[in-house]
Design a binder for this molecule. Structure first.
Ligand code: PEP
Length: 256
């Protein structure tokens, strides 16, 4: 069985001026900038991408964006493209976050266009999927995750599939302090891996990292990260302070 390197990604959302971002990332570089056991990605707002990118130069930290438009350029006021992110040395991009889906009307089809564009531009998509509380209560969790995953990955070739990172983020656990139980999370992660086997192949499915996201904190991370199919975390609130984020990286390094 392939052992997958854990990945911890910080989604800073709409927080931090560039000066604040620089302070945070400088702390991260000093604390975990040299460790090689875990892949660590920081995803600042667009306004801080260049500053953060320069601050992590020469360290092991990687740079991600929180969103991107599928077109390369043009009349899309307020948007940012894959080539623009690549020019700043971003390597990852979060796509289909539930906040983008719920607040900005992003559909599976639109998210899929972005996934394909990201891959074409050598950006690794962190594709977010997850059910709302209502959907979970109706027993629709796996169906929702399947629909979002299949639509989001439509047209992705087998060769590129292992560059995709999946983030399972139950919407009811994001920013609420309610974390999925390890059993709930592992069940969905295993289901996602079985879908990846069907969509691609078993070896590809074994390579893809599947992150958990939703109120992951140093206190609950070790148990979640010990699950067979949980390969890391997409972290919101706990990524905004160096101490908690560093503890999460340490927990991922310790997880077997
Ligand atoms: C997120 O927004 O991706 C997230 C997981 O947020 P939080 O950790 O704050 O729940």
């Amino acid at each position: 069985m392939i052992s997958r390197k854990k990945l911890i990604a910080g989604n800073w959302k709409m927080n931090k001026t560039s000066a604040d971002a620089l302070t945070l990332v400088a702390d991260l570089v000093a604390s975990v900038g040299r460790q090689t056991d875990v892949d660590v990605v920081v995803c600042p707002p667009f306004t801080s991408i260049e500053t953060v990118g320069k601050a992590i130069e020469g360290s092991m930290l990687k740079l991600g964006a929180q969103n991107m438009h599928p077109e390369a350029s043009g009349a899309y006021t307020g948007e940012v493209s894959a080539p623009m992110l690549r020019a700043l040395f971003a390597t990852h991009v979060i796509l289909g976050h539930s906040e983008r889906r719920a607040l900005f009307g992003e559909t599976d089809a639109f998210v899929n266009k972005k996934v394909l564009t990201a891959l074409k531009n050598q950006l690794k998509p962190i594709l977010c999927v997850g059910e709302s509380l209502g959907e979970r209560e109706l027993g629709l969790t796996l169906k929702i995750v399947q629909t979002q995953l299949e639509a989001g990955l439509d047209g992705v070739s087998k060769d590129l599939a292992s560059s995709v990172v999946i983030a399972y983020e139950p919407v009811w656990a994001i920013g609420t302090g309610k974390v999925a139980t390890t059993e709930q999370a592992q069940e969905v992660h295993a289901f996602i891996r079985s879908l990846l086997t069907k969509l691609f192949t078993e070896p590809v499915a074994q390579k893809v990292r599947i992150l958990y996201g939703g109120s992951m904190k140093p206190a609950n991370a070790p148990e979640l990260l010990a699950q067979k199919d949980i390969d890391g975390g997409l972290i919101g609130g706990a990524a905004l302070e160096a101490r908690s984020f560093v503890e999460l990286v340490t927990a991922a390094a310790a997880a077997k």
